[in-house]
Design a protein around this ligand. Structure first.
Ligand SMILES: Nc1ncnc2c1ncn2[C@@H]1O[C@H](COP(=O)(O)OP(=O)(O)OP(=O)(O)O)[C@@H](O)[C@H]1O
Length: 304
């Protein structure tokens, strides 16, 4: 069984009596890339700040590496790297000098700087002043800084915000390599499903402070898969036959619309329709795009 790295129970954070995060039960397994999705103001940053011990939950519990964050904060946070909001630097200093300042605080070997520069593909750029870096390079330097302490868990809050497509691509491929090459578990937040879809194995969708969906990307894709549409010669009679088989179909614009069902059931239904003299003109799967599904989830129109 996969080891759990982050587990929250009924996490609640209130600001002046108003819940920013409510009944949040996160479950993140070791070596996962967990995509934490939600529109602006949904409560992602508030959750992340609680996970990093930057703010205290109003109630509920946070377990990281199997330990209670409240009781073992320092011990836990020593193994966590993070990038929350834009990283801050000394612009006039080089990437190397910026990393060196953090290295001294963390008291890690000097050789670690070259390692993290290599991981984020900034080797060769380390002597340039950071103020001349592109936004994407600055973000990568922020990730390098977060990796200096050889964390087991990396928490990134909207790391691609404001980046151009090539910057987004660089960060994405960097994040994807981390569990495989460095054995790091990653929690990455975003408000864009398209971005998370391409790197995360599991997603948690938060809406108005509450988790409304938490499962694998594969499962999310299956949920988004739509219904089946049949164009047949005698739709009314065909629908009666299908519903006698418990298919739960309806008639829409002269076509039979059926909820998602297994390939075997589809084959049996078609066979039976043909045997009963129906001509089948078309069998179509109407797929909802993942983005449409996501919007339905975050706008509250879909129960998942
Ligand atoms: N310090 C605070 N005081 C009062 N309300 C706050 C505070 N911090 C956050 N909130 C409120 O909590 C809710 C969640 O905010 P949060 O920043 O966690 O959302 P988010 O999902 O990270 O969104 P964004 O992507 O815009 O940062 C919002 O309604 C916000 O106004």
């Amino acid at each position: 069984m996969t080891q759990t790295v982050i587990e929250t129970r009924d996490l609640l954070k209130e600001y002046r009596g108003r819940a920013a995060v409510e009944q949040l039960n996160l479950n993140i397994g070791k070596g996962e890339i967990y995509g934490f999705l939600g529109p602006n103001g949904a409560g992602k940053t508030t959750t992340i700040r609680m996970l990093l011990g930057l703010i205290k939950p109003t109630s509920g519990s946070i377990n990281i590496f199997g330990q209670d964050l409240k009781r073992n904060k320092l011990q836990i946070l020593r193994k966590v790297g993070s990038l929350v909001e834009s990283p801050s630097y000394y612009g006039h200093l080089s990437a190397l000098d910026n990393l060196e300042a953090i290295r001294r605080i963390l008291n890690v070997p000097k050789s670690r700087i070259a390692e993290v520069l290599d991981i984020v593909s900034l080797t060769g750029e380390e002597k340039r002043p950071v103020k001349g870096f592109s936004l994407g390079m600055k973000q990568r330097l922020g990730i390098a800084a977060a990796l200096l302490g050889s964390p087991e868990l990396l928490i990134l809050d909207e790391p691609t915000n404001g980046l151009d497509p090539s910057g987004i691509q660089e960060i994405r491929s960097l994040i994807k390599r981390l569990p495989v090459e460095e054995g790091i578990t990653v929690l990455v937040s975003s408000h864009l499903l398209s971005e998370i879809e391409q790197m995360a194995g599991t997603v948690g969708i938060i809406r108005a402070g509450r988790m409304v969906y938490q499962d694998t990307i594969t499962q999310l894709q299956q949920q988004a898969a739509g219904d089946l549409r049949l164009a047949v010669s005698e739709p009314e009679e065909a629908l009666i036959l299908a519903n006698r088989r418990g298919c739960g179909g309806t008639l829409q614009e002269g076509r039979i619309t059926l909820p998602r069902m297994s390939d075997v059931r589809v084959a049996l239904l078609i066979k039976e329709l043909v045997e009963n003299g129906h001509a089948i003109y078309r069998v179509e799967e109407h797929r909802q795009s993942l983005e449409e599904f996501f919007l339905q989830v975050v706008e509250g129109g879909q129960s998942v």
